[in-house]
Write a protein that binds this ligand. Structure first.
Ligand code: NAI
Length: 253
């Protein structure tokens, strides 16, 4: 099969687990060189090793997406290593704690917004100038079905993902003429360590998060989201920018 991203360079944040790992593997399967980014080394190193075992090219870099200097160094690493940055999947995220809005802590609010919203803004702040220099690129931010509808008990998370969709839309308009396409994916319940934590922590939330809540009748696989992410980066999606694309088995419909 033709590898459609040969000679391209991608970075994926949160690539040590779940959907980030799946998209790093999918970018590599399509021929891209991949900068695997996570703040947990074990998972990220494993992802890079799997890519190399399959004959692909990957490097792991430990980065906390809430740290501006580390995020700047992340983009520099891709450019120093491979000379360019074509695609970025800004995917690192945390769910935070559960409970009614008035019972949340300021610490939880700041951690969740700091990672899921400010962290993605920081990534784009350094990715976009590099793509402008090159004359284009594509960015996909991982939002959530919780960016399109409410999930009780997760107000900080929902606020961060709604905000991320707004951020994605504004940036997509600002850089459209510069040939940088910027989109979001909005996964529904996807079988990853995060979903398992959500199910474990809150049995009351579980029915809304898992199989029964989707018209398709099952939760999703990380690979099903990864294929959408990579598609959004390819020329097949050349006229798609500023969308918040549900990949959710019909959950928000
Ligand atoms: P996961 O917990 O399996 O993986 C998230 C990865 O992000 C981990 O490897 C973690 O170490 C990394 N990470 C977290 N904070 C970081 C930081 N500050 N800097 C660098 N890396 C960091 O979670 P999953 O499910 O793969 O989630 C990926 C994205 O998808 C997240 O943004 C999440 O909010 C979103 N999402 C997940 C859904 C699900 O059902 N699993 C549904 C909708 C959205």
């Amino acid at each position: 099969m033709e590898r459609i991203l040969e000679n391209k360079v991608a970075l994926v944040t949160g690539a040590g687990s779940g959907m980030g790992r799946a998209s790093a593997l999918e970018f590599a399967a399509q021929g891209a060189k991949v900068l695997v980014v996570d703040y947990v080394p074990q998972g990220g190193e494993r992802t890079a090793a799997v890519i190399k075992d399959k004959g692909g090219e990957a490097i792991f870099l430990q980065v906390d997406v809430t740290n501006p200097a580390q995020v700047e160094a992340m983009v520099k690493k891709a450019v120093d290593t491979w000379g360019r940055l074509d695609f970025a999947h800004n995917n690192a995220g945390i769910e935070g704690t559960f409970g009614p809005t008035a019972e949340g802590t300021l610490d939880n609010w700041n951690r969740v917004l700091g990672t899921n919203l400010t962290g993605v803004w920081l990534c784009m702040k350094y990715e976009i100038p590099q793509m402008l220099k090159q004359g284009g690129g594509a960015i996909v931010n991982t939002a959530s079905a919780a960016g399109l509808r409410a999930v009780d008990g997760l107000s900080a998370y929902c606020a961060s993902k709604h905000g991320l969709i707004g951020l994605t839309k504004v940036a997509s308009r600002e850089y459209a003429k510069a040939k940088i396409r910027i989109n979001a994916v909005c996964p529904g319940p996807i079988e990853t360590p995060m979903l398992q934590r959500i199910i474990d922590v809150s049995r009351t939330l579980a029915p809304a998060s898992t199989a029964g809540a989707t018209p398709i009748g099952r939760s999703g696989k990380a690979e099903e989201v990864a294929r959408a992410v990579v598609w959004l980066c390819t020329d097949a999606a050349s006229y798609v920018t500023g969308v918040a694309m549900p990949v959710d088995g019909g959950y928000v419909t």
